[in-house]
Design a protein around this ligand. Structure first.
Ligand code: ZN
Length: 83
């Protein structure tokens, strides 16, 4: 069976963040693997990797907005007390 891989990416030996873009990085600073001794990444793994990445970004954005909202609500309550 031939496994379809994406020649633009390669996998290192890390448990997480193991997908590297060849134009960006040719060796992993965490596990020490290099591009030429590692297999290319599989497209479904790349998709999963970027999906998780996007979800994390959204979560951070959401937490930021929530923080601003709580701050605004808090200062609105303090204004009420002054009256
Ligand atoms: Zn690594």
């Amino acid at each position: 069976m031939i496994v379809k891989t994406d020649p633009r990416y390669w996998d290192c030996e890390c448990e997480t963040n193991y997908i590297h873009l060849k134009t960006n990085t040719l060796s992993c600073s965490v596990c020490g693997m290099t591009e030429d001794e590692s297999p290319d990444s599989r497209p479904n793994e790349i998709k999963l990797y970027y999906k998780n990445f996007k979800e994390n970004e959204w979560m951070e954005f959401f937490i930021l907005i929530l923080g601003i909202l709580l701050y605004v609500l808090d200062s609105a309550q303090e204004e009420d007390k002054d009256e």
